[in-house]
Design a protein around this ligand. Structure first.
Ligand SMILES: Nc1nc2c(c(=O)[nH]1)N[C@H]1C(S)=C(S)[C@@H](COP(=O)(O)O)O[C@H]1N2
Ligand SMILES: [Mo]
Length: 533
């Protein structure tokens, strides 16, 4: 065995390396924990993945200002940013546990157990989670702690009683060469195993993803009532304005689901209950066998800022919610339908919006194909005229007829409104902000929307001059957005500002006052600056 020769000399670099080794040990052990959990979680429910559940719980605690900041700053990349931040936090906590282990394994064990307990609380409070969902975390924690103590021992001799602290002293010699090799080889082995287990878990997960397999094979029935053909000229006459119908892969995605729910339609059912005369459940087959209709509806997110792109227009295929309500027969006094998704999100939709004849749908199809998984497969709600957070529940499994006084949707206790009618909005899409365009004729164009009311006029203002009327593209319906354009003939060199405003179908002018998205949708007139060269 190695014996202390001197306090400093050859071991000094070793001493300097120790904190790094401790931190690395913690990070590698966390990798082992996550790798084992990842390998096992495909055999349990979606909540059993500790990272996913911790992230989801974090999202659930996100207040309006933070959600708004995240969406405004990162847009639809908000989840990637969250995952990256989580990775950093996990690495830091793991490094702390690794450093603690160098001093006292017991202290580190207490830390690891605390982290595991917090993760367990996140797992078990997820929608649809049960006790077995804790098993991947438990097994992972055991493996992670095993790796931590093994690699800590391999780094250096532990202080004998634990009381001596980490600093090598004359009585507690620092590690010598053989241990160092054990440590490096052990670290590589544990890290490699963790990566293999994690990747194996991913493959297993993909293999067990019946939702995407069933979706691939699914043929949707033809609608009893197809959408009327789009009128000619819904696309604005200038190049560069987005497509009138948003392709599925370009459709904005906003939700609280860190991991997209994978629902097997054969197991899916919708429970309709609450203040109704007739409670019932609907299976996917029953839904497909019903009289489906098709409708173009523009969805909008309440988090959209002035000029933002959290809006999309699609042709939806679905079963009218008015038929669902007619079968349920709501009781006197009910004024809200709380729709809940498989992952626990919920939306409060005014009951009249589901009964007044608009195309409020239990949608199964989007632009001619089954709903993409991340847009709610197999079934979601689509309600014209209401922001998504109070109407467009994806992966919907439960409709409770109730009252606004009795129940709240997901975002309401987090600082957002209980109601969310869509506000009139308009934006400039071409020229792009800060674009440089050639002098002469400049095509200006964009989109405006006021679902349920329609758009009757769009005006624009160049460099603070008089308001001029834009050319409106054809209107598909009052529930879809409407494009507009304007040819500026004599554009002169220099920097210019264009500002836009819309009037809804009743002739009401869009609100000029600048307001942020929370609590019930942004307002203000969009303007951009561009340069003619
Ligand atoms: N299950 C579930 N459904 C949800 C949400 C969610 O977080 N979870 N977000 C809602 C919000 S805020 C919006 S704007 C729309 C967006 O639908 P999309 O992602 O298909 O564009 O979905 C709604 N439905
Ligand atoms: Mo939203």
């Amino acid at each position: 065995m190695e014996t202390p020769q001197q306090d400093q000399d050859p071991k000094q670099d070793k001493q300097h390396r120790r904190p790094v080794a401790g931190a690395a040990t913690g990070v590698i052990a966390a990798g082992a924990l996550l790798g084992v959990a990842q390998l096992l979680s495909p055999f349990f429910g979606p909540a059993s993945s500790p990272l996913a559940s911790v992230g989801s719980a974090f999202i659930d605690f996100t207040p309006a200002w933070l959600k708004n900041f995240a969406v405004a700053t990162f847009g639809t990349n908000d989840k990637a940013v969250l995952l990256l931040s989580m990775a950093v936090v996990v690495a830091v906590l793991a490094a702390v546990a690794g450093l603690a282990a160098q001093r006292r394994l017991a202290a580190s064990a207490a830390l690891v157990l605390t982290f595991a307990a917090i993760a367990a609380a996140c797992v078990i409070t997820r929608a649809g989670a049960g006790l077995p969902d804790l098993l991947p975390l438990l097994a992972g924690t055991a493996a992670g702690f095993g790796a931590l103590s093994f690699l800590t021992r391999a780094q250096a001799p532990l202080p004998g009683s634990g009381a001596a602290g980490a600093q090598p002293s004359a009585e507690q010699p620092p590690a010598a060469r053989p241990n160092r090799r054990t440590f490096l080889v052990g670290s590589a082995a544990v890290a490699g195993t963790a990566v293999v287990l994690g990747l194996g878990g991913r493959l297993l997960e993909a293999a067990r993803n019946t939702a995407s397999q069933v979706r691939e094979a699914l043929r949707l029935p033809a609608p009893r009532l197809p959408a009327p053909a789009l009128p000619a000229g819904t696309q604005a006459a200038v190049a560069g304005v987005g497509p009138f119908v948003t392709p599925n892969q370009d459709f904005y995605r906003i939700d609280t689901a860190l991991v997209v729910p994978e629902l097997d339609p054969r197991q899916w059912s919708l429970r309709v209950h609450g203040m109704v005369e007739n409670e019932f459940t609907l299976s996917f087959d029953e839904l497909l066998a019903a009289d489906l209709v098709e409708s173009y509806v523009t969805l909008t997110c309440v988090s959209n800022v002035v000029g933002g792109n959290l809006a999309g227009n699609a042709k939806w295929l679905g079963y009218p919610l008015r038929e669902v309500m007619a079968r349920a027969r709501p009781l006197e006094g009910a004024d809200m339908v709380l729709s809940t998704s498989a992952d626990g999100f919920s939306a409060s939709t005014p009951l009249p919006a589901l009964q007044d004849g608009r195309d409020a749908l239990l949608a199964v199809g989007m632009n001619g194909e089954p709903l993409p998984l991340d847009h709610g497969f197999p079934v979601r709600m689509v309600v014209p005229g209401l922001y998504g957070f109070v109407s467009a529940t994806k992966w919907v499994v439960d409709l409770e007829v109730t009252t606004f006084a009795a129940k709240e949707g997901y975002w309401t206790p987090r600082g957002w409104s209980s109601h969310g009618p869509i506000k009139t909005a308009s934006r400039v899409e071409v020229p792009r902000a800060l674009a440089r365009v050639p002098a002469g004729r400049v095509g200006i164009g964009g989109t405006a929307w006021a679902q349920r009311r329609g758009i009757s006029k769009v005006e624009l203002q160049l460099d603070g001059g008089p308001w001029q009327q834009a050319v409106l593209a054809a209107e598909a319906s009052i529930d879809t957005w409407r494009q507009w354009s304007f040819e500026w003939m004599g554009a002169t060199a220099g920097t210019h500002t264009v500002r836009v405003r819309a009037y809804d179908g009743a002739g009401t002018l869009q609100d000029e006052r600048q307001a942020p998205p929370e609590p019930d949708g942004s307002t203000g007139w969009h303007s951009i600056t561009f340069t003619v060269v």
